[in-house]
Write a protein that binds this ligand. Structure first.
Ligand code: F6R
Ligand code: ZN
Length: 196
């Protein structure tokens, strides 16, 4: 029997776990086509393939009953007016939820259902967020200077479906038009009935 209880130290102020099963690193190149302002994206990329976010993952077998957890760190920055964010996804097994706990920084979770309902929740340190089954989710760092650090836990058999979001993004974008974070419509987004 090798599936034993374990602990991990996730200590302030850095909140980087002392060990994990996988350290996922996402740079600008892995977000091609995801930011609304394509020229701004190309301009940034011509300087450097910047680090946008990292995930320190604790991974269990992909079976019903197990839980995966970890820490996501979204670094501060913008592509044009749009804040740095995660790719975002539906769970492949749509009827699976996720819990987030904000440990540091500030940001929002952008969410939507396959039917096109949307929701955006602010997150500050100490806040818990429950993402119900069926809601796609994307974390966005709305600070200009600080990392946005969130702990997550979700069913290990959930899987990740990035396809729909990659095609047209979320219905809402989080942008700074000069007065801080604002929710605006994504011009690329199509209602489910208008998609081919
Ligand atoms: C797991 C989950 C988070 C994200 C992480 C990175 O289901 O929602 O652990 O995987 O915040 O975001 P993505 O996976 O969208 O690149
Ligand atoms: Zn998820």
């Amino acid at each position: 029997m090798d599936n034993l209880p374990y602990t991990a130290l996730i200590k302030f102020p850095d909140i980087i776990p002392e060990h994990c099963d996988e350290h996922i690193v996402r740079r600008l190149t892995s977000m091609r086509g995801q930011f609304a302002d394509q020229p701004a994206y190309e301009q940034l990329l011509s300087n450097e393939d910047m680090l946008l976010y990292e995930v320190y993952a604790f991974i269990q077998p992909e079976v019903d009953g197990e839980l995966d957890s970890g820490i996501s760190i979204i670094h501060p920055g913008k592509v044009g007016q749009e804040y740095f964010m995660t790719k975002g996804h539906f769970h492949s097994i749509l009827d699976t939820a996720e819990v987030y706990y904000c440990m540091k920084g500030k940001g929002v979770m952008v969410m939507e259902t396959p039917e096109g309902d949307w929701n955006v929740k602010d997150l500050n340190p100490g806040m818990l967020l429950y993402v119900p089954p069926r809601w796609a989710h994307r974390s966005v760092n709305t600070s200009d200077s600080e990392d946005f650090v969130i702990f997550y836990v979700y069913p290990a058999h959930a899987g990740h479906d990035y396809g729909t979001i990659e095609t047209q993004g979320f219905r809402k974008l989080i942008v700074d038009q000069g007065s801080g974070p604002q929710i605006v419509d994504n011009p690329r987004w199509l209602a489910p009935e208008d998609r081919k």
